[in-house]
Design a protein around this ligand. Structure first.
Ligand code: BGC
Length: 389
């Protein structure tokens, strides 16, 4: 499978001293996870439009140019999403490589037509679609130099889709990170919203929290009192499981053979993983801690969701799980366990979700074969009332 391109690395854990845990042994595959939630369902989230269950059409329009990361969007993407009973797609779009560098930052008309095509593909099938400004990497590195351009691009996007139905949603910026810290992210949001609202007074807008849309940073968001603004969070914890071996992650993430749920048998850590204290610490716990206390456990996932639930209860904002996934270096049973758990946590708390599909190692729909990747389909659809693929 082709490399997915260079992508800013995801959350690093806080540093901390930990015993060395490397040792011989082979990884084992996970056993099926029985999911049992205690207590009453905790649904607190009000629905965001018609969004309930969706999929990201990743690595197509968010690649530097379409096809560069092995994904060219086709009608099949939309057909398969619809046939699976999904109600929306999230469309990651890298506008920043298709717009002029200088004001008024004109977006390439031919590329805009491609986005129009995707919008029509979704709407003609009764799918909602989220236009998500994705991978503006320069903005994360030098926010002050790129804010005007972000505002200029959004002015064009907003005006172009102003007459579309409310099943077209706008997501202002995927995964703010790096130098676009909470203060700067809030400053950017404060500039973007009035510009978008000038042409789209009531369209639903989705805003991601800082640190790759981390639940822990939701509370740092400063948002106007506008009922049509929802927040988004992403769920990739435990990241050493979901991103094991990912080509776009740093060397300390390259230890594979990690199962879900833990504990798993000892695997040899990569050199960089051995040198990185939070990774050693996490691995030590993963190898030894009992299921209930293991860092690769439903409790870890629940703790992330609890932060979102608290935020929603405190603010009344609606929250959207815009991405979750687990790479296929993990064994199929572990992926199925993890994806089902996350999906069901989202549903019982009333959060619409969209699984991440990059057409590569986090593929969900194999469009060439017109077949869903089995563990993903089982996790997402097996206990759903609607038609499963
Ligand atoms: C990034 C992708 C990445 C995925 C999982 C997305 O938000 O844009 O490039 O593959 O997260 O890490």
């Amino acid at each position: 499978m082709a490399l997915l391109g260079s992508v800013a690395c995801r959350p690093k854990q806080p540093a901390g001293a930990a015993p060395s845990t490397n040792g011989p042994g082979s990884a084992r595959v996970a056993a099926p996870l029985t999911i049992s939630f205690s207590g009453a369902p905790e649904a607190v989230g009000a629905p965001i439009g018609a969004l309930r269950r969706g999929i990201n059409l990743g690595n197509g329009f968010d690649a530097p140019s379409e096809g560069a990361w092995g994904v060219v969007l086709s009608e099949t993407h939309f057909e398969m999403a619809k046939a699976a009973g999904l109600d929306h797609v999230r469309l990651p779009v890298r506008f920043s490589t298709r717009a002029q560098k200088d004001a008024p930052y004109t977006i390439d008309p031919a590329f805009f037509e491609r986005v129009d095509w995707a919008v029509q593909q979704a709407l003609s099938r009764g799918l909602s679609i989220i236009i998500d400004l994705h991978h503006y990497e320069e903005l994360m590195k030098q926010p002050d130099s790129h804010m005007d351009r972000t505002v200029g691009m959004w002015k064009q996007i907003a005006e172009r889709y102003a007459t579309q139905p409310d099943t077209v949603l706008f997501e202002l910026l995927n995964e703010p990170n790096g130098e676009l810290n909470p203060a700067k992210n809030n400053a950017l949001i404060a500039r973007l919203i009035p510009v978008i609202r000038a042409s789209n007074p009531t369209r639903t807008l989705i805003v991601d929290s800082y640190f790759w849309a981390a639940p822990s940073y939701l509370k740092a968001l400063e948002l106007p009192n506008d009922p049509n603004i929802a927040v988004s969070f992403h769920m990739y914890q435990p990241i050493l499981f979901t991103h094991q071996g990912a080509s776009w992650m740093d060397p300390e993430f390259q230890t594979t053979g990690i199962i879900f749920p833990g504990p798993g048998s000892r695997v040899e850590l990569t050199a960089k993983a051995k040198q990185t204290s939070w990774v050693r610490d996490w691995m030590a716990n993963y190898f030894t801690a009992p299921a209930t206390k293991n860092p690769a456990s439903p409790a870890t996932v629940a703790a992330e969701f609890d932060m979102v639930t608290k935020y929603v209860a405190a603010t009344g904002r609606r929250a959207y799980l815009g991405e979750f996934g687990a790479i296929d270096f993990a064994d199929a049973m572990s992926r199925e366990n993890y994806l089902r758990l996350v999906r069901r946590e989202a549903e019982r708390r009333g959060f619409a979700w969209a699984v991440w599909d990059d057409g590569g190692r986090m593929q969900a729909m194999n469009v060439k074969q017109k077949a869903w990747v089995e563990p993903v389909a089982k996790a997402l659809f097996q206990d759903q009332p609607s038609a499963a693929p």
